[in-house]
Design a protein around this ligand. Structure first.
Ligand SMILES: Cc1ncc(COP(=O)(O)O)c(C=O)c1O
Length: 440
């Protein structure tokens, strides 16, 4: 029997009424979404206020990796909330235990962490650490990168959205191209295993723009907001070597890529990267607001007491969430499920790509898969309108998806990592119908 169930075209009557109320009071400035008001969500399934049932390929925005409202997580947070809600920097048991658990889950060289609340805040902290630890100022980041919407984080990003219309970005940030195998007019993905062409160009960019030696760089293992763009194999490793040779620190932004999303606990494991600093968000709390910056002790040693803090960072509820999420990952083998279900879904979606006139590229790792829509497979002209149609048509058939990308033409396939084979099959069948329905 089908899991999903949608009565009539969306929005349903109750959703319509609530969306009108919402937009009367809260500024309507969020991104394009299917017109659905969520009421409850469990695992991979979402029920809206009209009783429609959907499968979820969004996980919020790659947040609910243990599934929506996992009972162990809910119970841990409820229990912590009855004890202490917030005590700022004063020690609490949950924070101490959560720090130990997080560091134990990280690769051994990252032996210290600090809890914050959002991914953007972790980005800001990483930038401060890179500058303070090296006593240098300038940073390298990448075109198409996204590290958050606070001012410093937006400045480090390379997407128009968070910046356009806001005046100058922070000075001292140099941006370089991020190699995109699907859109590579300059040939950055070529040049042999050492990507010579790319790194010669990078040297030129630094030479032309830097006022002195750089403090460090920040890079995503794959560009999330830019449309799930995966750099070619070995490029990240080469970038790390390039940075080391210049005495720069390396920050890997694992805010969305960590916690099994790519089929490994940490995306850095795929190429054995050894970043000095890692930013962590989203799935670290699976819905509980928490983020962290992790680094080597040596990097953190640049800070004096009192130099890093945040009102809600490490609060007992968030810390209980961090521990519960790690419990669930271990017990339910979610990293393994991500790798196995991801490979299965990628294969089915690539077969769909081969049949479709408009699905120009299907790429992914674990349970982060991008479906890039184009007007024409030859010209690869981005088709944002088709991506929007896919969002609406999928929701009408019982599947929730979102879009990303510099051109807004990439559909995100990022279900909770607990997705079962039955849920995968039903949701894939919906996507297959929707995509083939674009042909007519
Ligand atoms: C790679 C990456 N870094 C940082 C952020 C910012 O996180 P937040 O929205 O929690 O501030 C995001 C959010 O989407 C992200 O994808």
């Amino acid at each position: 029997m089908a899991i999903t169930h949608v009565k009539g075209p969306l929005p349903g009557p109750r959703s319509r009424e609530l969306l009108d109320t919402w937009h009367s009071y809260e500024a309507d400035v969020t991104g394009f979404q299917a017109p659905v008001v969520w009421e409850t969500a469990r695992g991979c399934q979402v029920t809206d206020v009209d009783g429609n049932v959907f499968l979820d390929w969004t996980s919020g925005v790659l947040v609910a990796s243990v599934g929506h409202c996992h009972p162990h997580l809910v119970q841990a947070v409820q229990q912590a909330a009855t004890q202490i809600l917030n005590n700022y920097e004063c020690a609490n048991v949950q924070r101490i235990q959560a720090a130990k658990r997080l560091v134990e889950a990280l690769p051994p060289h990252l032996d210290k962490c600090f809890f914050l609340t959002t991914g953007s805040e972790a980005t800001e902290a990483a930038a401060r650490l890179m500058r303070r630890a090296t006593a240098r100022y300038e940073l390298l980041s990448f075109i198409g990168g996204f590290h958050g919407r606070t001012y410093g984080a937006a400045s480090m990003g390379g997407m128009a959205g968070p910046k356009r219309g806001y005046g100058p970005s922070l000075p001292g940030i140099i941006r370089a191209p991020f190699p995109n195998p699907y859109r590579d007019p300059e040939g950055w993905c070529t040049g042999g295993p050492k990507y010579k062409r790319y790194f010669d160009h990078l040297d030129l960019i630094i030479e032309a723009n830097a006022t002195g030696p750089l403090a460090g760089l920040i890079v995503e293992p794959y560009q999330g907001a830019n449309g799930f763009v995966f750099p070619p194999a070995g490029w990240l490793k080469r970038l790390e070597e390039w940075a080391r040779a210049r005495g720069m620190l390396v920050t890997l932004d694992e805010v969305q890529a960590s916690y099994g999303r790519t089929g490994r606990m940490w995306a850095m494991e795929h190429e054995g990267l050894k970043p000095d600093i890692v930013t962590i968000g989203k799935a670290i709390g699976c819905g509980v607001p928490v983020s962290a910056v992790a680094a080597t002790s040596q990097v953190f040693s640049c800070l004096q007491k009192g130099e890093m803090s945040s009102t809600l960072g490490g609060n007992p509820m968030a810390s209980a969430g961090v521990m519960a999420v790690l419990d669930i990952f271990e017990k339910e083998k979610l990293v393994e499920n991500s790798a196995a279900m991801g490979a299965y879904m990628l294969e089915r979606l690539q077969a769909l790509g081969a049949r479709s006139r408009y699905l120009g590229d299907v790429r992914g790792m674990g349970l982060v898969i991008g479906l890039e829509f184009v007007k024409d497979k030859e010209t690869r002209e981005p088709a944002k309108d088709l991506a929007r149609r896919v969002i609406v048509d999928s929701a009408n058939q019982g599947l929730l998806v979102g879009s990303v990308g510099m051109y807004g033409n990439v559909i995100r396939v990022a279900p909770p990592l607990v997705i079962t084979k039955d849920e995968a099959d039903e949701s894939l069948a919906i996507m297959e119908r929707v995509v083939m329905g674009l042909e007519g």
